[in-house]
Ligand binder design. Structure first.
Ligand code: NAP
Ligand code: G4F
Length: 352
């Protein structure tokens, strides 16, 4: 039985990846931060025990370990004990706007945290396979469409930290012959997306407006363009990257770009609401430096991995609006649910 260690297991991607790995028969070990309120809601269907004590195991074969990417000793302890075959580094201070408020902390976790993990992984098992969650933010919106050869131009403390982690991952590959890959993923969303990222903020607020709980939605820059895909498809690609003969880096995205304004329009229209009555602009959501246009050129992943995004922009909008309507007790429009049933059926991912 293969063993995987996943950092960021409580996040959007970590939760979907864990479901995928368990469905493939892996023993999965996850790193969890201690918090004063529960932070395991995205994995509580796999790990129902509310309390974790030391290393805890659920019925499904998922093990959780307390730790933090700032704590190299604990990371080394876990690695020595688990000796994983595959390590997925998904943990990060992942919010770009917040990284301007916490640049040092973001550098410590999103940057140096990767080095701590690479070093502990290499020492525990030289044959380990390592996935680094790199980001399209590293391109800074320059020279679209962006592929593996596009130069980096980081435009936030978050992106600077991710560029450092990208190069450390390559350095371990080249210096120690370690099987280490960077997945340079463009924005990917889902009903499990964090509530303060723009897509989820929009769909959640729409559901609350329909439910009569709110009236307005305040946003920042509506002109920025992103290549938005669907998280459950993207975590499959992370796994694929670690199953190849040779380690290399991949750009992953849909190949389409849409503005935040287009997302707002599509979501309001789908929910049957008039955007003009609800949306307002608030300067506090603008960033000191913005990434204007992200659009992936994912041809290398298509060619080498046979991977292609199936869920595109409008489908994604519908899936997310429906899920949030259900969460707030409103009858979903229903097209999003139909798209999921058609595309995923009874596959590993059960939907939210
Ligand atoms: P997310 O939902 O924000 O999850 C981040 C995870 O990191 C959470 O499990 C969080 O734990 C954990 N974490 C944060 N600080 C930590 C620390 N100091 N020590 C240990 N764990 C810590 O992010 P995501 O959307 O799933 O993204 C996964 C990864 O891919 C991130 O590295 C992100 O930067 C990167 N990425 C994301 C996208 C995207 O569009 N989603 C695109 C490119 C790259 P808590 O639950 O305790 O907060
Ligand atoms: O949803 P966002 O916060 O995502 P952003 O900054 O693109 O970063 C996400 O994707 C990256 C991959 O490219 C990841 F690496 C990163 O971890 C994260 O998952 O913002 C998207 C756009 C930005 O241009 C922002 O300025 O939406 C704009 N925006 C407009 N109003 C807003 C808002 N963003 C947020 N979060 N909140 C707003 O009110």
């Amino acid at each position: 039985m293969k063993k995987a260690f996943v950092t960021g297991i409580t996040g959007q991607d970590g939760s979907y990846l864990t479901e995928l790995l368990i469905s493939k028969g892996y023993e999965v070990h996850g790193l969890v931060r201690r918090s004063s309120s529960l932070n395991t809601s995205r994995i509580c269907h796999i790990f129902p025990e509310a309390e974790i004590a030391g290393t805890s195991k659920s019925e499904s074969g998922l093990f959780l370990h307390y730790g933090d990417l700032s704590d190299s000793e604990q990371i080394s302890n876990i690695m020595d004990k688990v000796k994983p075959d595959e390590v997925y580094n998904l943990a990060a201070q992942s919010h770009v706007r917040v990284s301007f408020d916490t640049p040092e902390y973001t550098g410590n976790i999103t940057g140096l945290g990767t080095t701590r993990l690479l070093e502990a992984a290499r020492r525990s098992n030289p044959g380990v396979r390592f996935y680094q969650a790199s980001s399209s933010e590293m391109f800074g919106g320059k020279k679209p469409p962006q592929n593996e050869e596009t130069p980096f131009y980081p435009r936030s403390p978050y992106a600077c930290a991710k560029v450092y982690s990208y190069w450390m991952t390559r350095n371990y590959r080249e210096g120690y012959d370690m099987y280490a890959c960077n997945g340079i993923l463009f924005n990917h969303e889902s009903p499990r997306r964090g509530e303060t990222f723009v897509t989820r903020k929009i769909t959640r607020r729409i559901a609350r407006i329909v439910a009569g709980k709110e009236k307005t939605l305040s946003l920042g820059n509506l002109d920025a363009k992103r290549d938005w895909g669907f998280s459950p498809e993207y975590v499959e690609c992370m796994w694929m990257m670690l199953q190849q003969k040779q380690a290399t880096d991949y750009v992953i995205g849909t190949g389409e770009t849409h503005s935040v304004a287009e997302f707002v329009d599509a979501a309001f229209e789908y929910a049957g609401l008039d955007r003009e009555k609800h949306v307002q602009i608030d300067q506090k959501y603008f960033r000191p430096t913005e990434v204007d246009v992200l659009i992936a050129d994912p041809r290398k992943a298509e060619k080498n991995l046979g991977w292609k995004a199936k869920v595109k922009f409008l489908d994604l909008v519908k899936i997310m609006v429906d899920a949030d309507m259900r969460e707030f007790g409103v009858e979903p429009v229903g097209e999003g649910d139909m798209i999921l049933a058609k595309r995923f059926g009874k596959k590993w991912w059960k939907g939210d």
